[in-house]
Design a protein around this ligand. Structure first.
Ligand code: ZN
Length: 315
C-alpha cells in the first residue's frame, strides 16, 4: 500500500518542477539584483554620453541596479571626491583622470579616496574597467595592479611588460617603449582565448566588433591576470601585427576585476558583442558567476550587429 502513495507523491513533486522549469522568467530574475556604481566625471571621452549607455546595458539585463558617482569639475587640483564604494558589489570605472597635475583638464583623487578604492577591492569589492579607464592614474601603483594593463600617461617599461598574443601564444614582452596606442577607428574581429571562462562560455570563437579604437601596446604588472579575448592589430592601422588584449580578468586581494579595452564611442558600445561582454563580465566581477545568457543577436565573424536592447524602451 505504501508504494503507490510514494509514486503519487513523486509525480506531484515532479509536476511542480516541470511548471517551475517552464516559467518565462529567466533564472537570473529570481536572484537579488546586483548593486553597481558607475564612476565618471573626468575623461578625454564624453562620459556624459557613455555613462547612460553603460547604465542601460547593465539595467537591460535585469541583473543590476545602478547608481552613478560623478566627480566634481575641478581642474588641475585634487578633487574633493569621496564616494562610498562599500554598499556596492561592483564599481564600474568610466573615468579617465590623472594622478598628477600635469595633464590639462585632468584631476586626481585624494589619497584617502585612492586608499578607499584599494581597501574596497582588496576586501572583496569588485571592478569593471571600461576602455580609457585604463589610461587613468598612471602613477598610482595599486590602481595599475588592479587593472593589470594600461596605456598612455607616460606608462613605459617601468610599469611592467607589454602583453599580447603572437602565433596564438601569450607573450609578456619586457622591451622598452611607451604604453598605449591606437590607429584609426574601424570594425575588427575579436577572438576568444579562454572559451571555458564563465564570461566567454557560449560565445563564438571569432566575432565582429563595431567600429572602435583598437588599443595596442598596453603594458602593466599583469599579476593574477587572464586574457580572455584579443584582436589582431595590423600595420595598416598602425598596429604591430600581433593580437592585442581586449578582455581581461584579474584578482586583486579578495576582489575580482573585469577589464575591457573596447568602448571608445557610443557607437562602439551599441555593439551586441560589447553589450554581452559588459553584462556578463560585470556580473562575473560582482558574483564570480555568470547567469546572463548570450543573446541570439550576437555578432557573427563577418558583420557587426547592434544590440537589440537599443530597440526596446529602457527598463
Ligand atoms: Zn578612446
Amino acid at each position: 500500500m505504501q508504494r503507490p502513495s510514494f509514486h503519487i507523491l513523486t509525480t506531484i513533486v515532479l509536476g511542480l518542477w516541470t511548471v517551475t522549469g517552464q516559467a518565462d522568467e529567466p533564472a537570473s530574475a529570481t536572484k537579488p539584483k546586483i548593486k553597481a556604481l558607475i564612476v565618471d566625471g573626468h575623461s578625454n571621452h564624453p562620459w556624459w554620453e557613455t555613462t547612460p549607455i553603460l547604465r542601460r546595458i547593465l539595467e537591460s539585463s535585469e541583473r543590476f541596479t545602478v547608481d552613478v558617482a560623478t566627480a566634481p569639475k575641478q581642474l588641475r587640483e585634487v578633487v574633493n571626491f569621496a564616494p562610498d564604494f562599500t554598499p556596492y558589489q561592483v564599481v564600474m570605472m568610466n573615468y579617465n583622470g590623472d594622478d598628477s597635475v600635469t595633464r590639462t583638464g585632468s584631476a586626481n583623487w585624494s589619497e584617502s579616496t585612492q586608499k578607499a578604492l584599494e581597501d574596497y577591492v582588496r576586501g572583496g569589492g569588485n571592478l569593471s574597467i571600461i576602455h580609457s579607464a585604463n589610461n587613468s592614474f598612471p602613477k598610482w601603483k595599486e590602481y595599475n595592479r588592479m587593472i593589470g594593463l594600461g596605456g598612455w600617461g607616460y606608462r613605459s617599461e617601468k610599469d611592467g611588460p607589454y602583453a599580447y598574443y603572437k602565433d596564438n601564444k601569450l607573450v609578456r614582452d619586457d622591451s622598452p617603449g611607451v604604453g598605449g596606442w591606437h590607429g584609426t577607428e574601424h570594425p575588427f574581429q575579436v577572438i576568444t582565448r579562454e572559451p571555458e571562462h564563465p564570461i566567454m562560455r557560449g560565445l563564438p570563437t571569432v566575432w565582429m566588433h563595431a567600429r572602435d579604437e583598437l588599443y595596442s601596446h598596453l603594458r602593466g604588472p599583469g599579476e593574477n591576470m587572464k586574457i580572455l579575448a584579443t584582436a589582431y592589430s595590423p600595420r595598416k592601422y598602425t598596429g604591430r601585427n600581433v593580437d592585442e588584449p581586449m578582455v581581461m580578468v584579474l584578482t586583486y586581494g579578495k576582489g575580482r576585476v573585469f577589464h575591457t579595452a573596447m568602448g571608445h564611442g557610443t557607437y562602439s558600445m551599441r555593439c551586441a558583442g560589447f553589450v554581452t561582454l559588459i553584462q556578463r563580465g560585470t556580473e562575473w566581477a560582482a558574483t564570480g558567476e555568470v547567469t546572463i545568457p548570450v543573446p541570439k543577436d550576437f555578432p557573427a565573424a563577418d558583420t557587426p550587429r547592434e544590440s537589440g536592447i537599443f530597440r526596446q524602451p529602457p527598463k
